[in-house]
Design a protein around this ligand. Structure first.
Ligand code: AVI
Length: 318
């Protein structure tokens, strides 16, 4: 990307952040889209979250992928091109590819070229000789797969229960679009976190070391840095709440006192105790996830869980 090009992209991104912040913070129930949590600082705090003792999803999913590797490989079949939606550091893909029989290629898809590079390098190092074909794209929108994949059958890979950060309609829309992108006869390996007790869930999203609180509050720092806002970040507190009705953990930033914040020439008023809803992380009962998949045109082929039924990995067929 040229320098002028990346300046344009940064300006566009800043415009979108300001527009989303003004819309979300003017709503009767204040909200900010969770995608803005992931700037460079947010990504490195999220990496730290995945290593926390309270945050069971990452280590549980990795254990399932490692222990069930032969069963997963047998169910997936040989010769598939693996298309990963949002590859993070590429560690889970490297693990998966190590177990599969003769994978045809690895295609990491992400909107941020700098993150793609890290994932691609990790897989190249672990699997020399495997074609690695990164695609810079917002995977929540339609995008084209590299022509070089030819007619190789495809396996979509969407680990981490990132599906849970969509609202249910958004999750169906994503799965339907992924199906269209991957094509007929494709498969999808999907990680999905399971419904469990409140204490475990709330601790996973509000750890004792305060890393998740820092991750959430970084959103206000980001608005100060990039949108010229004047949030007094110390006047907000992170809260994680298990919403039993909607079966999701919600992250909120709660104003500790009444205050007025300036953002892009507008004044935003907060009452004491008023919150900004910054993220939802839906948890699933198996029958609910199967319903979502079916609504998007996928059939459930297999499901693997850990012995405590904390997390699940699904193989879908399209
Ligand atoms: C990225 N996503 C699957 C994480 C989750 O568990 O919903 C994001 C996260 N937010 C706080 N902790 C982790």
């Amino acid at each position: 990307m040229s320098e002028a090009h990346s300046r344009d992209a940064a300006a566009q991104q800043r415009g979108a952040l300001i527009a989303d912040a003004l819309a979300g913070l003017s709503a009767p129930r204040k909200t900010l889209p969770c995608k803005w949590l992931y700037d460079a600082e947010g990504c490195s705090l999220f990496e730290a979250i995945t290593r926390l003792p309270e945050y069971y999803p990452t280590r549980t999913e990795v254990k399932i992928l490692a222990e069930q590797a032969p069963a997963i490989a047998a169910a997936v079949g040989p010769g598939r091109a693996v298309v990963e939606f949002g590859p993070g550091d590429g560690a889970k893909a490297a693990l998966l590819l190590g177990g599969l029989e003769a994978p045809a290629a690895y295609v990491p898809v992400d909107i941020a070229p700098e993150w793609l590079e890290g994932a691609a390098n990790r897989v190249v190092e672990a699997h020399p000789g495997l074609p690695v074909l990164p695609v810079v794209a917002d995977f929540t929108l339609p995008f084209a797969l590299p022509k070089r994949l030819g007619t190789a059958p495809r396996l979509g890979f969407f680990p981490g229960s990132t599906i849970g950060n969509f609202e249910p309609e958004g999750a169906i829309a994503f799965l339907r679009r992924a199906h269209a992108t991957l094509g007929a006869g494709s498969r999808m390996l999907l990680g999905a976190d399971l419904v469990k007790g409140r204490a475990v869930l709330e601790a996973a999203y509000d750890d004792a070391a305060g890393v998740t609180a820092a991750f959430d509050l970084n959103l206000l720092h980001r608005l100060n840095r990039e949108a010229g806002a004047d949030f007094d970040v110390a006047a907000f507190r992170h809260r994680a709440i298990w919403n039993e009705t909607l079966e999701r953990v919600e992250m909120h930033l709660v104003a500790e006192r009444a205050q007025v914040v300036r953002l892009a020439g507008r004044s935003i008023r907060f009452a004491a105790g008023e919150s900004i809803h910054t993220e939802s992380s839906h948890k699933y009962r198996p029958e609910r996830l199967a319903e979502l998949a079916a609504a998007a045109g996928w059939r459930v082929a297999q499901r693997w869980t850990d012995p405590q039924a904390l997390f699940s990995v699904w193989l879908l067929e399209g």
